[in-house]
Every structure is written in structure tokens, then in C-alpha cells.
Design a binder for this molecule. Sequence first.
Ligand SMILES: Cc1cc2nc3c(=O)[nH]c(=O)nc-3n(C[C@H](O)[C@H](O)[C@H](O)COP(=O)(O)OP(=O)(O)OC[C@H]3O[C@@H](n4cnc5c(N)ncnc54)[C@H](O)[C@@H]3O)c2cc1C
Length: 639
Amino acid sequence: MHRKITRRDFINGVAVATGAAMMPWHLMGESVADQNAPNYYPPALTGMRGSHPGSFDAAHALRDGTFWDTAGRPEDTGESYDLVVVGGGISGLAAAHFYRKAAGRNARILILDNHDDFGGHAKRNEFRVNNAFRLGFGGTFSIESPAPYSVVAKGLIEELGIDVPSFSKYVSKNLYHSHGLSSKIFFDKETFGVDKLAASVNPHWGGSESATPESDARLKQFLSEAPIAEQAKRDLLRLFQEPKDYYPGLTSNEKKAKLARISYANFLKDLAGVHEDVIKVFQAYPHGLFGVGIDAVAAQDAWGLGLPGFDGMKLDPAPGKGMNRDAIPNEEAEKYFFHFPDGNASIARLLVRKLIPDAIPGGSWTDVVVTKANYAKLDQAVSPVRIRLNSTAVRVKHLGDAATANEVEIMYARSGKVYTVRAKNAVLACWHVVIPYICEELPEKQREALASAQKVPLLYTNVAVRNWTSFQKVGANSVYSPGMYHSSVNLDMPVSIGGYECARKPEEPIIVHMMKAACHPGLQARQQHVFGRMELYTTTFETMERNIRDQLARIAGPGGFDPARDIAAITVNRWPHGYAYEYNSLFDSFWLEGGETPCEVARKPHGRIAIANADAGAYAYTDEAINQAYRAVGELKKA
Ligand SMILES: Cc1cc2nc3c(=O)[nH]c(=O)nc-3n(C[C@H](O)[C@H](O)[C@H](O)COP(=O)(O)OP(=O)(O)OC[C@H]3O[C@@H](n4cnc5c(N)ncnc54)[C@H](O)[C@@H]3O)c2cc1C
């Protein structure tokens, strides 16, 4: 662990990150690469990605009220568009697509994004390890949603040619199982007193209806291997096998109303009376969905997610008031699943191909997986649609009164300078918290609603390793590690498609995907996200790398894993502004009471400006990014 790190990632990640992070936005110019340069290729960059150094400085200077002190006189590009879209994520790209469908192929559209790549959270990471090409998802993992895709969202997926039901053709479902690997849980000594990799407990096992002989055997194995207190083991068995009604005498709705207002951690502690080790085991279980642990997830949502303790409560299966949509099971939605090796970056790339065919040549929805994007084609005057990267919108305003103006002026910061363009319409498909700073003319109530949108801070880390023999030796392809820096560690989902070949043999290089929710248990969910965001912005890549190496060494070390030898590259996709915040019945009383929600107030159109992004639906899924784009475009003035 303490051997010198000599890999280039260290240089990329640490030196560039600290250097850029300390630089005022207007001096960033020289450090921002030119997207037309021949070697400009962000997917292959390693080190600190996601919200990378240089992408947020202008926006943060706006927030801090210092931006205009150093901005200088804006330069008029003289460019005029039918539509300017702020934000090049799936919502912004979809908005451009829908607008073009309505206004015609010659409609002139400019998309601005502050990152060096398009796609927003739908981010592609590329690696070359020895002679193997490996793809990873740096954000959005897959086409999936707790509720069925809308006609609009499904329609767009079909228009892009993606054959969702064909997924089974591309995934090697039994690969890891056939090599003797399975899901495990890692108990760390800081939380549980000893480092131990054990058989995992699936929270959905053990209930009277879902138990099978195999799950019973796994539960027994977990109980024999887990380094938790004997009382905790008895409590866990009791939770699974001795159903109890903790609110006798109440109706199902009355019980749900109570469960909506108590955290699952408190439910386990105060109602079920379990040993604290049980709570520690389940603490990080909801990280991947909510970005917080069970201390900030309602017991009603835990019931919806199938966590144990509710079998004896005789709750009718209908969703309760205030339930998070993630916690409402839906069979149709579960079947609609597709994972590309670069996640939904393939959706973003297929959208870009539709908008600017020369930028991502090719002809089929599967060949897009291996096609190299030509970034120099993204922003060409000859093309009706242009995507301008490294460009932060800093002011969006009507030229005249919003009700009667014919044009909107958009100012953006790029390479330390400010530029202006004009457009007949603008769609703000960027994060809602940014909008009050760039569009000051919006009504006060709307700006407040926009500012109230939280973002869930996350790390999606991809580690390219030279082989996975050590994982095979410890028998794990998926590790839940509730006490560690990253709460999940997974060998890449084995998908081969469109000429891309995943790793099939343990001797081959593979991507290990790790996920961290930067949460601070004990606080309200929104506060946890604020602190988590600060944590991610202030943690150096060096610290993250140390944690990654330490965690992988402790999990796979007994199988021979040596971080210095086996890690080929690390890409940390840092998302301080990650998932759209979804309303939480523990902390958002309006969500229980009904009525207009903040996101509905936030997304109201204003003159020639409409508002999209997944934030507009307070729902962190690709389908929502598409739905909101469609609505926003529909609200634009036609003349
Ligand atoms: C780590 C992670 C994993 C996820 N996994 C899944 C999944 O598996 N399945 C799923 O369906 N959904 C998933 N989601 C949610 C899904 O990614 C989003 O709902 C969707 O992609 C959001 O798209 P968007 O365009 O609304 O926002 P974004 O992708 O965030 O795009 C908005 C863009 O606007 C840019 N921007 C902000 N301010 C400005 C400005 N002033 N000027 C210019 N640009 C600006 C942002 O930097 C960003 O690039 C995930 C999200 C995250 C963060």
C-alpha cells in the first residue's frame, strides 16, 4: 500500500486537479483544451473525471458573486440561432432532437455545456490495458426506471434504434457464476472489528413468501461467516422468520402513514429492537438509489424495497402516500432494461449522431459502442446543430420584456472569456440550482423553487485492472462493503456488443466499478447532500486513490491482488451534483401532504425560455430527462 505510485494517473489526477482547482475562473483559459484540436478525446482521460477540474469554476464564481468582477467585456460572436440549449446531458440533447423534429432539419441549434465532453451524467470512460480495449460507465449505468418509460421516452429509445428486449443476446449472464464467483459482503475492521469477506445476505431472502432452499442455505452461510454479535444474528433471523405486527390495531393506511415518518434505522432499532450490528449491515444498502443510508430512508420506502421486518404488518400492496418512486415495485418497468458497456453514454452518442452525423459516423445502434467520436465536428459553422464544450452559460435574458421579446441573449464563459450569442428560444437543460444565478429575470418564487433542488453527491469510480484472478480466488464478483469508502465494488457487467468484447477469462483485463455515496448519516437528507458535495470538492484525487487501493487490497488481497501491480488506471467520476434529488417523506412534508411540488414551480416556462433536466421532475432517471425535454420544447413559442 505504501509503495510509490508511479502511474500517470497520479500526475493527471493530483497535479492537474489541485492546480486547476486553485485557479480563478478567468485564468482557466490556457488549461482548457480546444475541442477542435486533433488529440482532443475526453473519454480516454483518466484521473479526476465527472465534474472535472475546470468545469465548475465559472459557475461557482457566479454563485459567490465574484464572476462579473473579472469577466471583462463580453465578446459578441455575432451568432444567431433558433434555439440555444444550456446543458449537453441527455435532456439537452433530447431537447435539441425534439425541437428539430418540430421545426425542421435546418433549424439552427447551439448546445452549450461546461464539461469537456457531452452527455452530462451519461459519461463514457475508455481504457487500454495491454492490448485490450475496455469501456466503463462514468455515470448513468443503464436504461431502467422504477416506473415504465413513457410513450415519449420509449419512442425516443426506439427512434435511436435501441432494441431493449434484445439485451439477453449481449450479456453473458452466467459468466461469473460459471467461474465460481458470487455476491459477497465485506466487513471492515473499523466498523465490525475485523476485515472479513463473507457470503452476502440478500435482504429479500428469508421472508415467508420469498424464501427458497437456496436462499435459506445462503442465509445460514451468512450467519456462520458474518463477524457480528450473536444477538445480531438472532435478531436478523427473527426479522426474517418471525413476522410481527409492530402497529397492531391500526389500519394498513395508518401503518403506512407512520412508516412514512420514521426512518428504517429507527424502525429497526426502536420497533424491531435489533442489535446495532444489524443496522450497520443494512446501513449502506440504499446508497445506490438514494445516496443516503437507512438513517435517512423512510421505513415505508424500505418496505417497498423489500427490506426485512414488514412481513407481519399486513400492509396492503398498494403504494403508500409519500412513497419514493424508487421504492414502488413495477413488473413492467423491471423488464425494460438495457446496459451498454459505457452505460447510457451510448444514448447520448446516438443522439449526437442524429444531430451531427459526421461527429459519430456509422449506421447501426450497436456500432456506436466502438465508434470513436470526432470532437472537431461538434462545433462547425456549416452544421445546423453545434455542440460547444467547456462553455458555461452565465447569463440568459430576453432582449426586452419576456412577454413580448423576440430574442434571448445567452452569455457563456469559455477559456477565461465571456461571449454572447442570440436565439429565438432557449431551453435550460442544466442543473436547477444553477438557473437562478444565470437567469435573474425569473420570478422570485420560481427562483426559490429552482434553488431548492438538491443534487445527490456520488463517486462512480472505474478501476482498470490487469486481470481478475484474485477476485476469482476470493469468489466475489460483487461486493457490498457497508463500512468502506466505496460501498459497492463490482466487476463489470459482461456485455459484448457491436464489436466490443468484454472480459471473459479471469486472466483478461477488466473494469472494476466502485460506487460511493458521499453521505453524512444522522443529518437530514438534504444536509447530508450539502456536506457530501463539499467533501467531494475538497478531497484530492490522491486521497481517493489511497482509499481505492486500500479497499481493493483488503477485499481481493487474500486472492493475491496487489494494487501496485494489478491496477492499470483509475478514473474517478466525481459527481458532487449527481442524481436529481427525489422527495423524501421523512423531510419533505409537502410530499406527504400533496399539492404543487417545488419542481413543478421551478419548471414553468418564462417567455422564450423553457426549463428541462431531470431536476424538473425531481426524478433521477434517463426517461425523466427525456420527458422533461419534450415538455420544455412543447412550451416554447413557435414564432
Ligand atoms: C452517477 C449517476 C448514475 C446514474 N445512473 C442512472 C441509471 O443507471 N439509469 C438512469 O435512468 N438514470 C441514471 N442516473 C440519472 C440520469 O443520469 C439522469 O437523470 C439523466 O442522465 C440526467 O440528464 P440531464 O440532461 O437531465 O442532466 P445532466 O446529465 O446532469 O446534464 C446537464 C448538463 O448541464 C450542464 N450544466 C450545468 N450548468 C451549466 C451551465 N451554466 N452552462 C452549461 N452547462 C451547464 C451540466 O454540467 C451537465 O453536463 C444517474 C445519475 C448519476 C449522477
